[in-house]
Design a protein around this ligand. Structure first.
Ligand code: SDX
Length: 434
């Protein structure tokens, strides 16, 4: 980061001496006021619950311009990447900073492909879960359990160990998600097959059975690969910040990523895709498009506790570029599968149309986010609703591990330890007679 010639001065109304803070500039986007010395100089903290105005780190991986609705992975616009690359190209880019050339791609793809199997004992570990456990509960457990199997790559000070862990996590997440699904179905696990693409292999592990050959549907493979690309990374969102904070204690990468999986599960974050589809199905069952107006009134009534899931974003105050690409993917997949009259898609489009004209949404700059259409596409290609967030976690693993690695590669990184404004009891004596 580059020191700006601008300075920030903090002055106090009680006449105490003003304090000056340096301002740093990035490549693009908001500058930052470096307040690291604030507490030492003023005995005061800043106060920013929810981190609406706080940059917790410096990063060169992903840039979001919320006003423009722009998303760049290592400088490349998401729409160009989604059109020209596959998910493993994006994994290479996010991890290494550049798109792979021919040889690099071949080597990287082969490395990932040859790490897709998991330790055979994880099959027994899975037996401990109820068949009807939520896939995210299972996935949180499985990813955390990887710490118990891969002691040979948990020295976080060793860049090679960090690289091996990154490859293992990217490679094994599809296998773990598919195992969680098969466990819920009471079907046998399907081993990875190395002559398939990353996404084709995942589809086969999900939907093949030992009873017949499985042919990967190319339309579905391409759509799911694009869904992975759109979910790969997103700057310092809640789950990525969780991975950074968890990793800052020096814990092993599998434990840090398991923390990210747990955080992503929440309906305000990655769980919104499942919640959004449930919202659409409920609306469809209770009258569909005719009832949209009534539903929207509920959404606008603060006391109803009803939110338009898949809408709104902390950073995007314009259209989430991923939502646009997801809508296009939706149209392509539904047409290719002969489902262009999918009632849920029509319902979602109507909700979007009304919301984008309604002052409540316009004033609050609420637009569709990545989760609004992703559930419809996933449902169309046969992914069960309860697995949507696990698919999000599968794709986001590369972002989490790249951000974790970026933090640990900085020799000056410290353990994260926020402070508080204490509003509890003053010090007091325990009553003698208890
Ligand atoms: C993801 O951070 C990331 O980058 C996340 C993510 C990623 O890739 O990692 O992009 C993935 O998590 C996308 C977001 C998925 N969540 C949802 O779709 C759930 C529904 N949306 C929200 O609950 C909400 O919009 C958030 C959580 C996404 C953002 O919340 P903020 O920034 O804290 O905004 P807020 O709750 O303060 O809302 C501002 C106003 C409020 O109204 P007022 O108090 O000003 O009157 O907008 C209203 C909110 O009530 N509002 C909504 C709404 N979202 C915000 N009203 C109705 N429906 C909604 N969806």
């Amino acid at each position: 980061m580059q020191l700006s010639d601008k300075k920030a001065t903090l002055s106090f109304s009680d006449g105490s001496a003003p304090i000056e803070f340096p301002v740093y500039k990035g490549t693009v986007g908001p500058d930052v006021i470096d307040i690291r010395k604030l507490y030492g100089q003023t005995d005061m903290f800043t106060y920013d619950p929810g981190f609406l105005s706080t940059a917790a780190c410096e990063s060169g991986i992903t840039y979001i311009d919320g006003d423009k609705g722009e998303l760049l992975y290592r400088g490349y616009p998401i729409d160009q990447l989604a059109q020209s690359c596959d998910f493993l190209d994006i994994c290479y880019l996010i991890l290494n900073g550049e798109l792979p050339d021919g040889n690099q791609k071949q080597e990287f793809d082969s490395l990932v492909t040859n790490h897709t199997m998991v330790h055979e004992q994880l099959r027994i570990f899975l037996q401990g879960f109820r068949r009807d456990a939520h896939p995210m509960a299972v996935l949180t457990g499985l990813v955390g359990a990887l710490s118990a199997f891969y002691h040979d790559s948990t020295d976080i000070t060793n860049p090679h160990h960090r690289h091996v862990s990154a490859i293992r996590l990217i490679a094994k997440m599809p296998t773990l998600v598919a195992m969680a699904y098969k466990h819920s179905q009471g079907q046998p696990f399907i081993y990875p097959k190395n002559d398939l693409s990353y996404t084709g292999n995942f589809l086969r592990m999900m939907f093949a059975t030992p009873c017949e050959d499985y042919k990967v549907n190319e339309v579905v493979e391409r759509a799911l690969d694009r869904i992975f690309i759109l979910h790969a990374d997103h700057e310092q969102n809640a789950s990525t910040s969780t991975v950074r904070l968890c990793g800052s204690s020096g814990t092993n990468p599998f434990a840090a990523i398991a923390a990210g999986v747990a955080c992503l599960w929440g309906p305000a974050h990655g769980g919104a895709n499942e919640a959004c589809l449930q919202m659409l199905e409920e609306l469809q069952a209770n009258g569909g498009i005719e009832k949209v107006g009534e539903f929207m009134e509920k959404v606008k009534d603060k006391n109803s506790g009803v939110r338009l899931m898949g809408f709104g974003h902390r950073v995007y105050k314009n259209y989430d570029p991923r939502a646009k690409l997801m809508q296009e993917t939706c149209k392509e997949v539904l047409a290719a599968l002969g489902l262009e009259n999918d009632p849920l898609f029509k319902l979602a489009m109507e909700l979007e149309r009304i919301a984008l004209e309604d002052p409540y949404f316009v004033q609050r700059k609420l637009y569709p986010n990545v989760d609004f259409y992703s559930g419809i596409v996933q449902r169309a290609i046969g992914i069960p609703t309860s697995l949507f967030t696990a698919i999000f976690a599968l794709a986001r693993t590369v972002g989490w591990i790249a951000q974790w690695n970026e933090m640990l590669s900085d020799p000056d990184y410290k353990i994260g330890r926020p402070r508080q404004l204490y509003t509890g009891q003053q010090s007091r004596e325990v009553p003698s007679k208890r």
